[in-house]
Design a binder for this molecule. Structure first.
Ligand code: ZN
Length: 390
């Protein structure tokens, strides 16, 4: 176990939580409840740095995790998420000086949804768009909107496949899956080459939002590295990036960092090294609170969750590990419907099917989706009380 923070090297650490057996993959669903409950598990030993606020899983074992084509994490069926993607695509396009053609690279591009969005916003300014992701399901070198996606990680070797040197790069929701972020970012910087003249965007969950909202369902195995704005700034600076600036987006849930591969190193240090409050063992209070709430609500009718992503998987496992109280989980992603969650084995259904199960309470895993969930529910005839978890 590290005795110092992997980002800022501070030795002032705190152990925040330990969980023995959590599912290692949150976005792999199963054909039966039994298979879901038998999903491979690992330990979560959450450490926090009082210097930069970085939070990480000291028991993370990357050899347990394989990201391949069976990984299903498409959130873009949601309107709120689509709007968020559009805004980030506008940021990407605006980072290239007006009049210049755009050569965009996305590292960890999934099935190319953000590539499509950037192409749509960039229009004729787009000269090339390429992505790298071992979970890409299409043919090697093919992609949406004339882009090219490569079924591999991006590194100094595979960088040779790029047709043009990128002038804008994004990596979204990737770095939180990496056990050594400085090594990951340094490798990215190296793969872009010494002559790179690019703006780089990084999107990742904000651990201050998670802690501030007591969103304990947001701590799970795959997210082994969780950042504050300070921690992300420091990680980028130590990896050879310049002019780092970090915004909060998506209702504060995500950090959106912007950095350059060129420029001059500033002497700016981490702004505050005074000890940060790190709530220890907040999960126990969270679990007890929601378990009591759930037990009370099941007296009045079936209780369901909305959202079969990582938050829903984790919430059901913490609050109702044997699925004895939660009746079903609703998700609008057709690839998840008819399947079962890892860990608890709760069945995932479409909104239409959910209407027939007549839940009286539906816990909403992400408050950002509350409005569109209410609209969908009204349209299919779900009449339940909606309770956001944060
Ligand atoms: Zn630190």
């Amino acid at each position: 176990m590290n005795n110092s923070c992997p980002i800022c090297s501070t030795g002032d650490l705190d152990q925040l939580d330990i969980r023995d057996a959590v599912p290692i993959l949150m976005n792999r669903l199963y054909s039966t409840a039994l298979e879901g409950r038998a999903a491979t598990r690992g330990a979560l030993v959450l450490m926090g740095c009082r210097g930069c606020g970085f939070v990480w899983n000291a028991a993370f074992n990357s050899s347990l995790i394989v990201y391949d084509a069976s990984y299903e994490n498409d959130q873009t069926h949601s309107l709120a998420f689509s709007r968020h993607l559009r805004d980030r695509a506008r940021d990407v396009v605006a980072a290239v000086p007006a009049g210049d053609l755009i050569d965009f690279l996305e590292v960890g591009c999934g099935q190319g949804r953000f590539i499509e969005e950037v192409a749509l916003v960039a229009e004729r300014r787009l000269r090339s768009v390429e992505g790298f992701d071992p979970a890409w399901r299409g043919a090697e070198g093919e992609g949406p909107t004339g882009g090219r996606i490569h079924t591999c990680y991006f590194d100094t070797q595979t960088a040779g496949r790029l047709l043009h040197a990128p002038n804008v790069v994004a990596t979204r929701h990737t770095i939180e899956h990496v056990p050594d972020p400085v090594v990951f970012l340094s490798a990215l910087r190296e793969a872009l080459g010494p002559d790179s003249h690019a703006t780089v965007f990084i999107e990742t969950p904000c651990v201050e939002w998670i802690l501030g909202n007591a969103a304990m369902q947001d701590f799970f195995y795959e997210h082994c590295s969780l950042f504050t704005a300070d921690a992300l700034t420091e990680a980028l600076r130590r990896s050879g990036f310049f002019d780092v600036a970090v915004d909060h987006v998506f209702g504060g849930q995500y950090l959106w960092a912007r950095a350059s591969t060129f420029g001059r190193q500033t002497t700016q240090e981490i702004t505050s090294l005074k000890p940060r409050p790190l709530p220890k063992w907040a999960r126990q209070q969270f679990t007890e609170k929601w378990r009591a709430d759930l037990a009370e609500r099941t007296k009045f009718g079936p209780v369901a969750l909305w959202g079969a992503g990582a938050k829903g998987v984790n919430f059901s496992l913490m609050v109702d590990p044997h699925a004895s109280m939660i009746d079903h989980v609703i998700d609008i992603n057709p690839a998840k419907q008819g399947k079962y969650l890892p860990g608890s084995g709760v069945p995932v259904v479409s909104p239409l099917t959910a209407a027939t199960r007549k839940a009286s309470t539906i816990y909403v895993m992400n408050p950002n989706y509350l409005d569109e969930i209410r609209t969908i529910a009204t349209n299919v005839g779900i009449a339940a009380e909606f309770v956001p978890i944060n």
